[in-house]
Design a protein around this ligand. Structure first.
Ligand SMILES: Cc1ncc(C[n+]2csc(CCOP(=O)(O)OP(=O)(O)O)c2C)c(N)n1
Ligand SMILES: [Mg+2]
Length: 336
């Protein structure tokens, strides 16, 4: 089945469209700044950028309601910004500072926000999938009507624990939207080289889990599919799979020169499918916004991102005695 696309004349207000433009631009500019800070040696450890995939989280957040949960992999900055976490706290965690979401002790892959119902940030491929099913189990148990978005990649979709989670989620009718962010690569391995089926969402069929493929460069298509998935889960019908076909413009992580694909392939995607440009064009051609309106949004985003970088540079390093907090051990050992 061809991936879901949005209608030619989408039924969405100018305010909504502008909000999606703004939210995607925030992620794009934030990630560009993170890339710069990494290059300057201010960010250590792993750093996986989300540039190119912005429409996935922004579209799905548009379909979410207050109290819904989200959990994802290490490529997590976009998810945090899209659910409303503070850019200052995210950037300061990247630079390993006290003002970061994990007090500078977690870094790029390990941030959480109970307030925004964001459950991480997980470095082990697919490990978040059973955890997401567990979050959905808790909500079902509490009968609170909440839904969990469990994000994972095309590479992660080949992990065994995904199918154990599918089985339990289907059996217990858990309110979980399994979101496969198919960006076509798992590190340097393309989907064609690693994955037996072209349509990964179809694997849900053997568990009785419905699903569909979605054009992940089209934020309105993602929102529409997200609304369908959420309604399914909320009505008590169990999990739903969204395979969102997207693309990452940068390497797997900051240390990946991406020699496994051509520059032309990336450039073509940027030129022809960019999710932010698509919304920009909808706004202008539909006369929902003027060039000046968009410039004002660009300026606002630039200010937020610059401020987050300043905060992330100025926030102090964590104090040494913080090494003993937020860990399982409750007592400081007497002898090291
Ligand atoms: C269990 C496990 N195996 C291998 C790795 C190394 N690894 C990190 S990311 C990755 C590729 C995952 O690709 P995908 O799920 O498509 O996510 P993407 O990076 O494209 O977002 C691999 C193999 C790991 N972190 N955990
Ligand atoms: Mg991938």
């Amino acid at each position: 089945m061809a991936p879901r696309k949005s209608a030619k004349k989408p039924n969405v207000s100018a305010e909504e469209l502008k909000a999606y433009y703004r939210d995607m631009l925030l992620i794009r500019r934030f990630e560009e700044k993170a890339g710069q800070l990494y290059g300057m040696g201010l960010i250590g450890g792993f750093c996986h950028l989300y540039i190119g995939q912005e429409a996935v989280v922004v579209g799905l957040e548009a379909a979410a309601e207050e109290g819904d949960k989200r959990i994802t992999s290490y490529r997590d900055h976009g998810h945090m910004l899209a659910c409303g976490m503070d850019p200052n706290g995210v950037m300061a965690e990247l630079t390993g500072r006290e003002g970061g979401y994990s007090k500078g002790k977690g870094g790029s892959m390990h941030m959480f926000s109970k307030e925004k119902h964001f459950y991480g940030g997980h470095g082990i491929v697919a490990a978040q999938v059973p955890l997401g099913a567990g979050l959905a189990f808790a909500d079902k148990y509490k009968e609170n009507g909440r839904v969990t978005f469990t994000y994972f990649g095309d590479g992660a979709a080949n992990q065994g624990q995904v199918y154990e989670a599918f089985n339990m989620a289907a059996l217990w009718k858990l309110p979980c939207v399994f979101v496969i962010e198919n960006n076509q690569y798992a590190m340097g391995t393309s989907q064609q080289r690693s994955t037996s089926s072209a349509e990964i969402y179809e694997r849900g069929k053997s568990f009785g889990i419905p699903g569909e493929a979605v054009d992940g460069m089209d934020v309105l298509a993602v929102k529409e599919a997200g609304e369908k998935a959420v309604a399914h889960c909320r009505s008590g019908d169990g999990p739903y799979i969204l395979e969102i076909k997207t693309y990452r413009y940068r390497g797997h992580s900051m240390s990946d020169p991406a020699k496994y694909r051509t520059r032309e392939e990336v450039q073509k995607m940027r030129d022809e499918r960019d999710p932010i440009e698509q919304v920009r064009s909808l706004l202008l051609t539909g006369k929902h916004a003027t060039e000046d309106d968009l410039k004002a949004i660009d300026k606002e985003i630039k200010t937020i991102v610059n401020e987050s970088a300043e905060f992330a540079k100025e926030s102090p390093e964590p104090a040494l005695d913080e090494l003993w907090t937020d860990i399982y051990a409750t007592e400081v050992p007497q002898e090291a």
